[in-house]
Design a protein around this ligand. Structure first.
Ligand SMILES: [Zn+2]
Length: 399
């Protein structure tokens, strides 16, 4: 029986297995089409629109902050903050503490503060956090689920509590990475956008209550404010990437020129050294994306650089083959055991969870249907690129 091949976008290298990605009859994905549409955007008009919005929301008597900027201390949030300062805004930077902050992540947060901003760091109960990390890894194969909830809920909660109506988010991930057109073109981040695209993977915050002794009161920071609370302040969130042509690499250069520190070498599983430097658990998060959908962070980056003509498709493909989806023995140099110890999980169980969440249609298996791994635990995808028309599709799964 022939193995079904993974289909890829013919322009970038994204596989059709990515959720919310659609490849059209010409073989081109919706993320590539979204990017193409940027060429016809009148960016000067968008910038004027942004200035007008900022003017409308600014605290005119100076008694409050002009906006909230959610920050991790990474390249994008450093860029967002610097832009707001340049535009004469007084931002309140809000950071939801990451699951396991790296040393370089801490230094980049301190660098951001030195640019002259008030800064709130919200640290959630680490005992509860680690329990949720473990539950989410076991139940939906995503150790970073609580982080992905909290990076959205905390800035909104703080905005409501401080009475600041405007939140400046970065890019709209549905535009850069592919998603339904209405969501991809949206300039604002709403509760509906969060619930659909914020990475909840069908697991609601309320589902955590009652599990392993977790109480509702443990989940306060993971809970979005009520509609009444938001309406009272008039909180709205906009994507800066809708108003300025967004480019992660350019943001990194800009942030670096303002003291942002990059990693000394290419980050494990990535193609670059300038992003995702704050959370040591990210290596595990990205690896599960690879197991479930057959692509990792290296593919994301390759696609972004192909669209901007910084890599050819062939060059990108070669790099992705080397870097994508390696078993995450280390991340930012931290051994995986350190991460697992903190959530009280043995490596054996971790590997069993990996196997349970692996989509076996995407990887080579033996005759009995078991995943084939090399001595470092790495899998091999059934195909890394489209099979040219007319070439036989080989029985690759049985060796
Ligand atoms: Zn594409």
């Amino acid at each position: 029986m022939p193995v079904r091949q993974i289909r890829y976008c013919s322009r970038c290298v994204m596989p059709e297995t990515k959720p919310d990605l659609y490849i059209d009859a010409d073989g081109v994905c919706n993320a590539c089409h979204s990017y193409q549409r940027r060429a016809i955007v009148d960016w000067d008009a968008r910038r004027r629109e942004l200035t007008a919005i900022l003017e409308r929301y600014r605290s005119h008597d100076g008694s409050n902050y002009d906006c909230v900027v959610p920050v991790s201390g990474g390249k994008d949030s450093t860029f967002q903050t610097l832009k707001m300062l340049e535009l004469g805004m007084r931002p309140l930077c809000v950071n939801g503490a990451t699951d396991k902050l790296s040393d370089i992540g801490r230094r980049n947060i301190e660098n951001l503060k030195r640019h002259g901003v008030d800064f709130v760091e919200v640290t959630m109960n680490p005992v509860v956090r680690r329990r949720i990390n473990r539950l989410a890894l076991r139940q939906i194969g995503d150790i970073s689920w609580p982080e992905h909830v909290a990076i959205f809920t905390i800035p909104v909660r703080i905005a409501a509590q401080f009475g600041v109506p405007l939140i400046i988010w970065g890019e709209n991930s549905q535009n850069e990475y592919g998603g339904p057109a209405a969501a991809a073109e949206s300039p604002v981040l709403t509760r509906r956008w969060l619930e659909e695209f914020g990475g909840l993977l069908g697991l609601r915050v309320a589902d955590m209550a009652g599990q392993e002794g977790t109480e509702c009161g443990d989940l306060i920071q993971y809970t979005y404010p009520s509609d009444e609370q938001l309406a009272g302040v008039g909180v709205t969130g906009l994507f800066l990437g809708h108003y300025l042509p967004w480019d992660g690499y350019a943001n990194a250069l800009y942030a670096q020129a303002h003291g942002f520190e990059t990693f000394a070498k290419t980050v494990e599983g990535s193609l670059v050294n300038y992003e995702n430097l704050d959370n040591v658990q990210t290596g595990i998060h990205d690896y599960f994306k690879f197991l479930k959908y057959g692509f990792g962070r290296a593919t994301d980056l390759a696609c972004m650089h192909i669209r901007r003509d910084r890599l050819s498709r062939a060059e990108a493909l070669a790099l992705v083959k080397i870097h994508d989806g390696r078993f995450p023995w280390t991340y930012l140099g931290y051994p995986i055991q350190e991460v697992l110890d903190e959530i009280d999980m043995e490596l054996d169980e971790f590997i069993r969870i990996c196997d349970r969440f692996t989509n076996k249609k995407l990887f080579h298996c033996d005759a009995r249907g078991n995943l084939i791994k090399d001595r470092r635990g790495n899998l091999t995808k059934v195909n890394h690129d489209n099979v040219p028309a007319g070439e036989p599709v080989l029985e690759e799964c049985i060796r």
